[in-house]
Structure formats: structure tokens, C-alpha cells
Design a protein around this ligand. Structure first.
Ligand code: XMP
Length: 516
């Protein structure tokens, strides 16, 4: 396996991503954790030193342990990683004054190098390659054994290498989208490190099952099932590893979509024979939400009740020592990297993050190393139905945040029906998989309409459908007018209580995906 030492670059995850695409197994660890002992246990076949916001000339700037260079394995330093390697091996890095380079730059080769093979050639090659630079400091004197293999206008040492020891350094970021052929460099690096690209989901499944058994032993594990992809895949994987030592608790807050609670419970019971407590707590949740219209208050109430209910059921099972969570790789990285500056809370996303401290349980997180699409691939590997795996994301607080203003049972019933018609339309037109997320929000206004010969005074609703890659930014989905017209007609005809349908064409930013 390959070790990525993280110095806090915003794009370190993308390095992992590129390597996974090459079927190479890698792990990112923050530099603070990479001690000589850690290195010995990890026994990497190759090491990548990431970029980062620090400045090598500063006395207290972060360093990897010197032992990294004694492992007799290839080392690749990216940006800050290159500079720190150069400094530690006897070169010199100076603070950039007038030599900073940010954004697009072009790199030209100065002599052949195994790492650069196939990079500058090819039919469309112009003899130089576009890359993405983001550096203030730069290397000004190479360490012994290193030579320059490519340059850019602002970085005379764009690519350097000590070919005897297989140490490589690049001043740019080959992992980002704006270094279009950058993946080739990672491919060359892992090939020369001896990786054969045999890391697959089937392999991961086996490996994860062994690791879960080792960690858990004969103890009992409890898992909160939400009906979402992550917790479902985690539960099925755990069940395969430890069978009935696992109990899942499905906290049904009564804010799920039409038929969803029963569907989820049935799927796990019928297909997986998984020990499942279906905690139907609609009364409790809706009772506490009565009269509440502030979005953040809704989230806080739901989050707290969720923990209370889960804990009540967990306490009733004797000898539980572990809590399983479907934590994904991006969540892990976000919590270790130091991107600097406090960020503003736009919405306090409700999740089960507060559970472990409160309950004194140890954590099992079998998806910690996976990206979202890898979780889906693992789900397929485990035999979860494709329609289940491809489901749009659904927020923890459920329909509560699709019902701006006060939540009432009447509004929830109308919302469920309208949402079901809308999703049915999207599926019938074959659009479901092109859309990241689609739903209906019921608006807290009644408007006047006319149906038959009578006046109506019913709720208005808004349809939402967005495209996105990660939910961080989004654009509205460009339905045809025919589709929208047909859907509006169906909703008004089939859903009593709605007499007006609108389509939300706000992107994110400035809007958010959900209405609250
Ligand atoms: P926003 O509305 O913030 O949504 O643009 C981005 C993504 O996050 C989901 N979302 C939530 N998920 N708890 C969750 O678990 C929440 O409180 C929450 N709020 C929004 C939203 O559905 C979208 O996928």
C-alpha cells in the first residue's frame, strides 16, 4: 500500500482519488501521526508527501520523519512536499518574492525521466503540458543527487528527481482537474513503485471483513440505520463479518417519504435477515416539533431526539461495546486537515456524530477509507439492489426541512403524495440517474385557484431538482417545459390540497439545495 503524508493541502484527497482510479490502495495520514514507529508498522511500498499551506523556511513548519527517506521506497513530493524533501535532504528553499505562481502554468521537459514518460508525447502534444501551480516559496538549490527534468516560467525546478533513490518532486499539483494529463504522472509513479493495480472492491470486502472481525472480536455492535446508502452498506458489510453480534436500530422519525420506513425495514429483514429494531417514533418527534418553524431549531430537536431514542434501544441490548457508523473518507479528511480560518455554519447538519461520546462506545467505521462512489461499488459487490444504491441523498431531518414553517400532519401527507408523483414522473421519463437530488417542498402559503366551477384555496408547492457532484455546489436541472407542465397537472389532479406548482431554478450558491 501507498502512504500519503498530509501537510494540509486542500486537494490531498484528490491524490487518493487518482490512485484509487489506478486500483492502488492508499491511505492519507496527517503528518503529526506519521512517526518512525508508524512508518515501520505501515511499511509503505511508496510515499507521497502532499502539498500544504505552511512555509518550509519557517522554523516550525511541519516535516515528515527523516526515516521516510531511509525506507528504500520511491518518494514523491508535491509542492510543499517537494520543498520539504529538498530542504531535509540538503537543498535550499527560499521564500518567494516575485516568484509566486498561482493558477495555470506550462511545463517543458529538459531531459527524459521515467516518471514523465508519455506525458509530453502523443499526437496532440505541443511539447509542453498545462499544469496547476499554487506556490509562493520555491526550491533554489537542489539536494545532492537531484537533477532538473522539467521547468516552468516561474519554477525552474518544476520536476526534479534523484533517479538512483527514486525520489521525485513536482512544484505543481498533477492531481487537480486543471493539470489535464496529471493522472499519467501518478500512473508512472505507481508503476515504477511496483504496484500492479490489483486493488478491487472484492478485495476490499474481504480485507474489511477481516479487519472488522479483528477489531470487534466477540463483542456486540449496534448500528444506526437511516435508510441512506452509507449506513446501509456499513450494516450489510458488518452483518457479513459478525452476523448476529450486530443489531441495527432504524429510528423512524415519521418524517420519511411515502412508504419509505416499511420499505427499508422490509429490505433488510427479507434480504439480509439482519437483526433490526424499527423504532417508530412519529408521535414523539412530531409532538416536539409542534409549532416550531425555525429551521435550526427543527434540526436541533430532531438531532437530540434521535440520540435519545437510539440510546434507549442501545441500552436495552446487553453487552454492546461498539457503535458502527457509515463515516466516509471525506468526513475523516475534513476533520484532520487544517484548512485555516473558521467557517460559518450555514446549516447544522444533523448526523449521529454526538453519539459515541455520550454512549461511551468504541467506534467501528468500516467505510472510513472509501469515497462515496466506492461505497456504492461496495454496495453493489454486497448485492444491495441497484435501485437502492442509486437513490438520491436524503437529509437526516427528512421532510421537516422540506416543510418550511410549522410542520403539521396535514402538510406532511400532502408533501408525501406530491413528492411520490414527482419522483414517479422523473423515473418514468428516465431522468432519475441524471439528477443528483429531486424533491418537493410544500410552501407555507395557500393560494387561490379554480378547479371545475369552484374556487380552491390550497397549498402551493415547489419542485426542486439539481445536478451536483458533491452537494457543495449545484445547478437546477433543465427539465423541458413539457415535462414540467405534465408534472404540475398530475400533482394538482392527484394530490388533494395542492392547487399551484412552481419550479425552483435557483443554483447553489446563492441558494441551498434544501429550502431550509
Ligand atoms: P444544502 O441544503 O445545504 O444541502 O445545500 C446539501 C446536501 O445536504 C443535505 N442536507 C442535509 N443532510 N442533515 C443531513 O443529513 C441535514 O440537516 C441536511 N441539510 C441538508 C441536502 O439534502 C443535500 O443533499
Amino acid at each position: 500500500r501507498l502512504l500519503i503524508v498530509d501537510f494540509g493541502s486542500q486537494v490531498t484527497q484528490l491524490i487518493a482519488r487518482r490512485l484509487r482510479e489506478l486500483n492502488v490502495y492508499c491511505e492519507i495520514h496527517p503528518f503529526q501521526n506519521v512517526t518512525p514507529d508508524f512508518l515501520r508498522d505501515f511499511a509503505p511500498r511508496a510515499v507521497i508527501l502532499s502539498g500544504g499551506p505552511a512555509s518550509v523556511p519557517d522554523a516550525d513548519s511541519p516535516r515528515p520523519p527523516a526515516e521516510v527517506f531511509d525506507l528504500d521506497v520511491p518518494v514523491l513530493g508535491i509542492c510543499y512536499g517537494q520543498q520539504v524533501m529538498m530542504q531535509m535532504l540538503g537543498g535550499l528553499v527560499i521564500r518567494g518574492e516575485g516568484t509566486a505562481e498561482f493558477g495555470r502554468a506550462f511545463v517543458t521537459p529538459s531531459q527524459p525521466l521515467d516518471l514523465l514518460q508519455g506525458w509530453f508525447d502523443g499526437p496532440e502534444s505541443t511539447g509542453r503540458e498545462q499544469v496547476w501551480m499554487s506556490h509562493g516559496d520555491h526550491v533554489s538549490r537542489l539536494a545532492d543527487g537531484f537533477e532538473v527534468y522539467a521547468t516552468s516560467s516561474g519554477a525552474p525546478f518544476a520536476v526534479v528527481a534523484d533517479t538512483d533513490r527514486h525520489f521525485y518532486g513536482m512544484q505543481f499539483h498533477p492531481e487537480v482537474h486543471h493539470s489535464p494529463k496529471g493522472a499519467k504522472l501518478y500512473e508512472n509513479f505507481v508503476r515504477l513503485a511496483g504496484f500492479t493495480g490489483d486493488w478491487t472492491m472484492a478485495g476490499y470486502r474481504e480485507q474489511a471483513i477481516t479487519a472488522i472481525r479483528e477489531q470487534v472480536g466477540t463483542d456486540k455492535v449496534i448500528c444506526a440505520l437511516s435508510g441512506g446508502v452509507d449506513s446501509s452498506v456499513a450494516a450489510v458489510l458488518l452483518h457479513e463479518a459478525i452476523g448476529d453480534q450486530l443489531t441495527c436500530v432504524f429510528v423512524d422519525h415519521g418524517l420519511l417519504r411515502q412508504g419509505e420506513g416499511e420499505e427499508v425495514a422490509k429490505m433488510f429483514r427479507d434480504n439480509y435477515n439482519l437483526p433490526l429494531i424499527h423504532a417508530n417514533e412519529e408521535e414523539l418527534f412530531l409532538g416536539q416539533l409542534d409549532g416550531v418553524s425555525d429551521p435550526e431549531t427543527k434540526r436541533k430537536i430532531i438531532g437530540k431526539l434521535f440520540i435519545d431514542v437510539f440510546q434507549k434501544h442501545a441500552d436495552a441490548i446487553e453487552g454492546v461495546k461498539f457503535l458502527a457508523q457509515g463515516t466516509l473518507y471525506p468526513d475523516v479528511i475534513e476533520s484532520v486537515s487544517f484548512s485555516g480560518g473558521p467557517s460559518v455554519t450555514i446549516k447544522s447538519h444533523h448526523n449521529v456524530g454526538g453519539l459515541p461520546e455520550k454512549m461511551g462506545l468504541k467506534l467501528v467505521e468500516p467505510l472510513r477509507e472509501l469515497f462515496k462512489d466506492e461505497v456504492r461499488a461496495l454496495g453493489r459487490e454486497l448485492g444491495l439492489p441497484p435501485s437502492f444504491i442509486g437513490r438520491h441523498p436524503f437529509p437526516g431531518p427528512g421532510l421537516a426541512i422540506r416543510c418550511p414553517g410549522e410542520i403539521t400532519r396535514e402538510k406532511l401527507t400532502i408533501l408525501r403524495r406530491a413528492d411520490a408523483v414527482y419522483i414517479d414522473q422523473i423515473r418514468k421519463h428516465g431522468l432519475y440517474d441524471d439528477i443528483w437530488q429531486a424533491f418537493v417542498a410544500i410552501l407555507p402559503v395557500r393560494t387561490v385557484g379554480v378547479m371545475g366551477d369552484g374556487r380552491t384555496y390550497d397549498f402551493a408547492c415547489a419542485l426542486r431538482a439539481v445536478t451536483s457532484v458533491d452537494g457543495m455546489t449545484a445547478d437546477y436541472y433543465p427539465f423541458t417545459h413539457d415535462f414540467l407542465g405534465e408534472t404540475a397537472t398530475r400533482i394538482i389532479n392527484e394530490v388533494p390540497g395542492i392547487n399551484r406548482v412552481t419550479y425552483d431554478i435557483t443554483s447553489k450558491p446563492p441558494g441551498t439545495i434544501e429550502w431550509e
